[in-house]
Design a binder for this molecule. Structure first.
Ligand SMILES: [Zn+2]
Length: 496
């Protein structure tokens, strides 16, 4: 059988002023044509597609199109979406016929003039291959699953872990499902339930807490034959769009069975809504605590998740730096911080190692969230801008910070970078000679994904109450378009 493969993975945060262009995809992860079939070190969904096909060789031939990913951002510009769609359609045009399509999306991709960019991509593929060719997609478990996506495909497979570590398995599972559909061995019905709730991403982890309980129920349903394959989607909460909400997707050959299981799991998710509430900390609380109890070898890891590039924020907030300077942490605590600031990174690199610099840093992109601040420090290191992720993001993917430099401000080390990157992997600081284990305080900008690596280093982890487009404090965000009632803005209504 001939199977088309591809993927376009990005998520949007409609509150963020960060933007993304085609070059942001090209810089992060961008493969076309036969590049998709070459041996890859990156452990993503594509690797799962290729592995599943290899197991069935020579019965399955993969027809590659494009597989790309970019760091999250605000709404994707129409021009960027059109350019990506054009690249995909051009590749599809060259394929005369196929028996099935495997495609990876994030879900929760919003364009400036289209609330459902993933749905638009699905529609484009469907219109090219026709109504009879089965399409199976993979989605991130933070996807906002829409009616258009469900109606356009024959199978949906979501990640089952957060922090996400099952990219390969998800791709593999989707591929095996598609092969069975193509061979006529199964014809699943898809049933989706939308649940009127959004919850902070900081409590989405699947190895403990409410999501672990929900997954245990979902897996039991699969074992007991109530579902052939279930996916649970706790949507990332920073989308101000009309079709917003968490969802449950159940696939089964028996449509009634899929209906009942989707209803059962949707009701269970609704019942657990308040268990996702989290405690947020003030920077001042932690600094005061560290003044008496700082322990070398077990740093306090503070997450400014409100400014998480992984959640579409700009990564350029100066809020925590300002607080640390106000509290005098630059005279007594060894702190590691990072910040996206293109101009400041360039200026530091140009000044050179050893140079004393005066810089204005912060909020070059997120102008409505805060103000830049003036700093005086010394450039202590100019980095290559490159490092490889361990388990904290798609394993073995190479990060590209662009021009970057470390400026020391007393005992604070500030890593300035040109491009946003996932900040929750200690490899980022280590790539510029900073060792998290030797610090008192380490700042990351990530809701939860950072736990995959940082929980191996420390037990002291705090989510901060800071301003930003991806704050856990959902009530502080100006939602206007989401359906109401919606938890947590309203409660006491029947969300089942
Ligand atoms: Zn995710």
């Amino acid at each position: 059988m001939n199977i088309v493969i591809g993927g376009m993975i990005q998520e949007s945060n409609t509150f963020s002023e960060a933007s993304s262009a085609l070059r942001d995809f090209q810089h992060y992860y961008f493969l076309t044509g036969d590049e998709l079939l070459q041996p890859q070190s990156v452990e993503n969904e594509l690797a799962g597609f290729v592995r599943a096909a290899a197991e069935e060789a020579p019965g399955v031939t993969l027809l590659p199109t494009v597989f790309t990913q970019a760091v999250s951002s605000g709404k994707v510009p129409r021009r960027t979406l059109d350019e990506l769609k054009h690249i995909l359609l051009e590749r599809l045009e060259r394929i005369p016929s196929c028996d099935g399509v495997l495609f990876s999306l994030h879900g929760a991709w919003v364009a400036e003039d289209e609330d459902d960019a993933d749905g638009e991509i699905v529609e484009a593929i469907r219109s090219r291959v026709g109504p009879d060719v089965p399409i199976v997609i993979t989605l991130d478990s933070h996807a906002n699953v829409t009616r258009k996506i469900v109606d356009g495909v024959n199978g949906i497979v979501g990640y089952r872990t957060f922090p996400h570590v099952d990219y390969v398995e998800t791709g593999y599972r989707a591929a095996k499902l598609l092969f069975r559909i193509v061979r006529g061995e199964t014809k699943p019905h898809i049933r989706m339930r939308k649940i009127p709730m959004i919850v902070p991403a900081e409590r989405h982890e699947t190895y403990r807490g409410p999501m672990a309980e929900l997954w245990s129920e979902a897996s039991a349903g699969e074992r007991d034959g109530r579902s052939a394959l279930t996916s649970l989607f706790l949507v990332q909460p920073w989308l101000d769009i009309a079709e917003m909400g968490c969802s449950v997707v159940v696939m089964d050959e028996d449509a009634g069975c899929a209906e009942r299981e989707a209803d059962r799991l949707a009701a269970l998710m609704w019942d657990k809504r308040s268990l996702f509430d989290i405690k947020l900390y003030q920077v001042e609380e932690i600094v005061r605590q560290l003044a008496t109890e700082s322990v070398r070898g077990e740093p306090a890891v503070l997450s400014d998740s409100a400014d998480s590039p992984g959640a579409g924020s700009a990564g350029d907030s100066s809020f925590v730096l300002r607080e640390l300077l106000r509290l005098g942490a630059d005279r007594r605590l060894n702190c590691l911080l990072s910040m996206v600031d293109r101009d400041a990174a360039h200026a530091a690199v140009e000044a050179g190692e050893g140079a004393d610099v005066k810089l204005r840093v912060g909020h070059s992109l997120s102008r409505s969230v805060g103000q830049p601040i003036e700093i005086e420090g010394t450039v202590v290191k100019i980095g290559s801008g490159k490092f490889r992720f361990g388990g904290g993001a798609a394993s073995n993917l190479e990060a590209n910070m662009g021009r970057c430099a470390v400026v020391s401000i007393g005992t604070i080390s500030l890593l300035l970078m040109e491009n946003p990157t996932f900040t929750g992997d200690p490899a980022m600081y280590r790539s510029v000679g900073l060792e998290p284990l030797e610090a008192d305080l380490v700042l990351v900008k990530s809701a939860n994904q950072f736990r995959a690596e940082y929980e191996l280093l420390t037990r002291q982890i705090y989510i901060l109450d800071t301003p930003g487009a991806s704050t856990a404090n959902l009530r502080s965000l100006p939602f206007r378009h989401i359906p109401r009632p919606m938890y947590p803005f309203e409660d006491g209504f029947n969300g089942k």
